[in-house]
Design a protein around this ligand. Structure first.
Ligand code: FE
Length: 396
């Protein structure tokens, strides 16, 4: 038996933010991040639409990037005090992810963070509130997924929470919000979405319900991401839909080791973070080469290449064409080929090599490794990460 879960309603297209007027309830809390949604006037619009729906509205502001357990607890306390029957979260991945965790602590004050960290172990939600998510970036697709990432800064660890209980009830995918993204964020979040779609398509958990979503998302992202990056707002709007389709696929098919590696290298080094989407973009060509040693995975990558009309007579040639296609996209998006070239050498070579065995071990243990189409051990993972550092060929 397998399960396929999506939001009950998804509103899309320009102006779809107005769908908030149709929500039925008494009180709504709006969870939002830094200042951009306020600055561009979207927060005010959200508040006004909810008031038009007849609701009393309160705003919980200031969710930081990579939201903390502390922020989650503060938000949950605000919810327990206000008692909303709608949680409306708006912004990039962070405020939406934080609001998902707040929701659980609002409905179950006695649940512990440790309990929520166990995959698919959430208590039954929707006893107090429903959840609406409105993304302003085109990548994480948290508006349609069963996932949330919360950081415990005391332990220095990012915890991925996973449960279909936190798949939102309503998603509003309005391209007007994505128009506010700066160029670099457009590139990084776009390649995150591309990685979601490709990893979902080759995942061991893929199925007839996730395949068409993943494949169509890959086509759209191939067509539209570079134009969107270069300021074409029609393409930006299509990317907003494409990343959401990719999210529907991976929320149900899960991911693979590109994400395992991005999760565990993201905050491991003193020089600074390797941004999630950029890490995925750099690692994806290497992981395709590694996974393609497994014939079933190679056949899946070849199907992707064919659907993109890439040239190649054999499976091997098609896999190579797909790798080259990803590399070309990265170049057009000003994404470096390897970690050594990331942000002018932000990550120290010596530190990277010293931490390689432990990072490799952690990456193998990441929740995303289980659905990768080829098995991997810590020694292979260390070699693969080294290839990602120096841009070396993967031949094992
Ligand atoms: Fe991702």
């Amino acid at each position: 038996m397998a399960r396929f879960t999506l939001p009950r309603d998804l509103y899309h297209g320009k102006g779809s933010l107005e769908a908030l007027k149709t929500l039925k309830g008494k009180k709504a809390i709006v969870v939002v991040g830094g200042g951009s949604m306020k600055r561009f006037g979207f927060l005010e619009k959200v508040e006004n639409y909810l008031k038009e729906a007849g609701m009393e509205v309160r705003v919980f502001e200031g969710v930081e990037p990579d939201p903390s357990v502390d922020t989650v607890m503060r938000g949950a306390a605000a919810m327990r005090e206000f008692e909303p029957d709608w949680i409306v979260s708006i912004g990039g991945g962070s405020p939406i992810d934080a609001a998902k965790a707040m929701w659980a602590f609002y409905e179950y004050p006695d649940v512990t963070f440790e309990e929520l960290c166990i995959p698919f172990n959430f208590p039954t939600l929707r006893t107090k509130a429903k959840f609406c998510a409105i993304p302003s970036t085109s990548g994480t697709a948290t508006e349609v997924t069963a996932f949330s990432v919360i950081t415990d800064y005391k332990k220095g660890i990012k915890y991925p929470l996973a449960d279909f209980n936190i798949t939102p009830d309503v998603a509003i995918v309005d391209p007007a919000l994505a128009e506010t993204m700066p160029k670099k964020l457009t590139a990084h979040t776009g390649m995150d979405a591309m990685t979601h779609a490709i990893e979902a398509y080759v995942s061991t958990m893929h199925c007839d319900y996730t395949d068409p979503l993943a494949l169509h998302a890959i086509k759209m992202i191939s067509t539209d991401l570079i134009s969107s990056y270069n300021g074409d707002m029609e393409a930006r709007g299509r990317m907003h839909n494409a990343q959401c389709l990719a999210g529907m696929a991976f929320s149900n098919a899960l991911l693979g080791i590109v994400h395992s590696m991005a999760h565990k290298t993201g905050a491991a080094y003193t020089g600074g973070h390797i941004v999630h989407g950029c890490a995925n973009a750099m690692y994806l060509p290497k992981v395709i080469r590694f996974n393609a040693k497994e014939p079933a995975a190679a056949a899946r990558y070849a199907e992707i290449a064919k659907s993109l009309d890439l040239a190649g007579e054999t499976t091997d040639a098609l896999v190579t064409a797909l790798i080259e296609h990803i590399k070309q996209m990265n170049r057009a998006l000003d994404i470096p080929a390897c970690i050594r070239d990331y942000e002018g050498g932000l990550i120290d070579e010596k530190e990277f090599m010293e931490k390689l065995p432990s990072v490799a071990e952690l990456a193998v243990g990441d929740a995303c490794t289980g659905s990768n189409p080829r098995k991997i051990n810590p020694e292979q993972m260390a070699k693969l990460l080294k290839c990602c550092f120096y841009d070396e060929e993967v031949d094992f």
